[in-house]
Design a protein around this ligand. Structure first.
Ligand code: NHR
Ligand code: GAR
Length: 212
């Protein structure tokens, strides 16, 4: 059984989706950089060990990341999952967890890296938007892509309605991607490329708006 550590900063709905997927792996801990993260209560109620490492109590990003890495390492994780975790991580931290650190980002990367992705997609008038599960590297939101999900963007969408549509897809692809990585069905090869044993098919497409 693999050990998974999940990092959150807020409500933790992706964490919840991963917990409720009942994967044959142990959620060893949920760690937040904010004591008021809503997701912590859920984890406590499920009997999952929790910890808070507050970025505000550390003078530099390096100091915060050193303490955070030590807290994560106590749980001997095979996989570290960022689920709405909002602090940019230093190259030293990323290197320490290389190949076992993943994130879900609310856009079809490499489009719309960074913050406020839904607002920017609406402003640009794109017809498809979505979410991406990727390995975390020092290059923000540019690590190797594991899985993506797309949704239509509607003419009257607001950032909130679009975010809600995408969140549903996040809750489906993130547990799946965690499962694939833990089972070895999907992995990162020595050249830093994501390789898949059989999870791929050429079926399925999304056209937006739909054809008549
Ligand atoms: N760290 C590295 N090195 N590489 C990545 O790809 C990372 C990362 C840390 C977090 C998640 C990412 C996202 O999915 C993520 C990917 C926060 C910010 C940010 O600007 C940017 C990207 C992501 C998460 N954070 C501000 C900061 O100063 C704080 C913002 C806040 O607290 O609201 O760290 O979008
Ligand atoms: C999710 O939509 C996730 O993709 C996004 O924040 C939300 C967290 O929701 N992540 C980022 O924007 C990272 N910068 P959750 O806490 O309910 O999982």
């Amino acid at each position: 059984m693999k050990n998974i550590v999940i990092l959150i900063s807020g409500r933790g709905s992706n964490m919840q989706a991963i917990v409720e997927a009942n994967l044959p792996h142990r959620i060893a801990a949920v760690i937040s950089n904010r004591a008021d993260a809503g997701g912590l209560e859920y984890a406590v109620a499920r009997g999952i060990p929790t910890a808070v490492v507050s970025h505000r109590e550390h003078p530099t990003r390096e100091a915060f990341d050193t303490v955070l890495a030590a807290e994560i390492d106590r749980h001997r994780p095979d996989l570290v999952v960022l689920a709405g975790f909002m602090r940019i991580l230093t190259p030293g931290f990323v290197e320490h967890f290389a190949g076992r650190l993943i994130n879900i980002h609310p856009s079809l990367l490499p489009s719309y890296t960074g913050l406020h992705t839904h607002q920017r997609a609406i402003e640009d008038g794109v017809k498809l938007h979505g979410c991406t599960v990727h390995f975390v590297t020092a290059d923000l939101d540019h690590g190797p892509i594991i899985a993506q999900g797309a949704v239509p963007v509607l003419c009257d969408d607001t950032p909130d309605t679009l975010a809600a549509r995408i969140l549903k897809i996040e809750h489906r692809i993130y547990p799946q991607a965690v499962g694939w990585l833990c089972s070895g069905q999907v992995s990162l090869n020595a050249s830093g490329k994501v390789v898949s044993k059989g999870a791929e098919t050429s079926d399925g497409f999304v056209i937006s708006p739909v054809l008549e």
